[in-house]
Design a protein around this ligand. Structure first.
Ligand code: PLP
Length: 397
């Protein structure tokens, strides 16, 4: 027997993961080169060389006992200091190691923060469309996710709609910018408007409503568009950062949490998040990769390659008549489903061995997400299939 919670989860297993499995099944049937899998945000580009050298150097010049042993739950102090320094240099902040907790990716970071904040029945708000796992993460601590409706067509978060979902039970609001699935970067104006609502509501209810800024795509911004640093606009913020996408390291499970000193009861909260990391069973972020990323904090994935994909996919789809949001960041194309039926769009695509995810999975029906963190040739070779989908669904130029 399994728990009721897990039974429900097992029954509604993630559509994205299911797509990924379907891709493997189709690949076995038709050959990998004949399947165009745009379902998962798994970077197709290798980590920068600097990561490989850093791993080698750590192994060569550090005592194995120090590399592989237990450490404080928050992570290696020297790594946290290096991370704080790098954030300060790039964003003009003034953090120290005492504001940083190393995490098991953004997912681990989000879970440590939510475990720290939520009592059963507490609420967390998010803006549609949102990363589908937020609902599961909040449910892990018996909280409830409240969703502000999508702001079509810009997909900037709307402070007005946020206000309608905030109640006396709201403990936090999760934002994600650059955004999965839309590729939109939240503007400073939008973030300031959110900060105003949260300041007002925190006062009204007599307790802070925190922002949780989920930032796996922070470094993936195109055309020099600025990704505002959220703690500067609203100090009651937890930043949940990850190197999964910025250094193509999703399997390594490495990221960090920033907790600003301005938080009321800062020390208590910092200790509680460290303890949450321990009692969730992570204990600490993986040690070798902590030491390695600290040595390549300036390294970057090949953003030019993603940019080429972005343009190839956008140009290809729009020339066939599809309506897309031109992504400012991340590596997802958010496409309007012809006729408004995202499930029919996904089904028509599957007939052409093209896989992507319906917007319904992100609480935004009528759209679909195409992950373009794939080889450029996959995009190019998928275009005849998209042409057939356009014909089938009556899309015209
Ligand atoms: N948040 C968002 C918006 C994501 O897209 C992802 C992964 O795709 C995560 C969090 C989880 O990232 P990580 O691999 O760092 O746990």
């Amino acid at each position: 027997m399994i728990s009721n919670k897990m039974a429900a989860l097992a029954q509604n297993n993630s559509v994205i993961r299911a797509m990924f499995e379907e891709g493997n099944r189709l690949a076995a049937q038709f050959g990998r080169e004949n399947v165009f899998d745009f379902s998962l945000g798994n970077p197709n580009f290798p980590p920068p060389e600097a990561v490989k050298s850093a791993i080698r150097d750590v192994l060569d010049d550090t005592s194995p006992v120090d590399i592989h042993g237990y450490m404080s739950n928050a992570g290696f102090p020297a790594v946290r200091e290096a991370v704080a320094h790098s954030i300060n240099r790039r964003h003009g902040t003034s953090f120290s190691s005492g504001n940083i907790i190393m995490s098991v990716g953004a997912a681990g970071a989000l879970n440590s923060v939510l475990k720290t904040l939520l009592n059963p029945g507490d609420e967390v708000a998010a803006f549609a469309p949102y990363f589908v796992e937020y609902g599961n993460y909040v449910a892990n601590y018996d909280g409830a996710l409240k969703v502000a409706p999508p702001n079509i067509p810009t997909f900037q978060p709307s402070a007005e709609s946020l206000e309608t979902v905030i109640t006396a039970k709201t403990r936090a609001v999760i934002i994600n910018t650059p955004n999965n699935p839309t590729g939109v970067i939240y503007s400073e104006e939008s973030l300031r408007a959110i900060a105003r609502v949260l300041t007002k509501k925190s006062k009204e209810f007599g307790a802070p409503i925190y922002l949780i800024s989920d930032e796996p795509y922070r470094e993936l911004a195109y055309d020099g568009v600025c990704v505002p640093y959220v703690t500067k606009l609203y100090p009651d913020t937890f930043v949940c950062y990850s190197w999964s996408k910025s250094l193509s390291l999703p399997g390594e499970r490495i990221g960090y949490i920033v907790i600003p000193s301005e938080l009321e009861d800062f020390s208590l909260i910092f200790d509680a998040v460290s303890i949450a990391t321990r009692v969730l069973g992570f204990v600490n972020a993986p040690s070798l990769i902590q030491l390695a990323v600290a040595r390549c904090l300036e390294a970057q994935t090949d953003i030019c390659a993603y940019d080429q994909n972005r343009r190839a996919l956008y140009d290809g789809l729009t020339s066939l008549g599809f309506e897309c949001v031109f992504p400012q960041g991340a590596f997802y194309m958010w496409v309007k489903a012809p006729g408004g039926d995202d499930k029919a769009f996904v089904a028509a695509a599957k007939d052409e061995n093209i896989l992507f995810v319906p917007g319904t999975s992100f609480a935004c029906p009528g759209y679909a997400r195409i992950a373009y963190c794939v080889a450029k040739s996959t995009i190019e070779r998928s275009m005849p299939g998209f042409k057939k989908i356009a014909a089938k669904l009556g899309v015209s130029k």
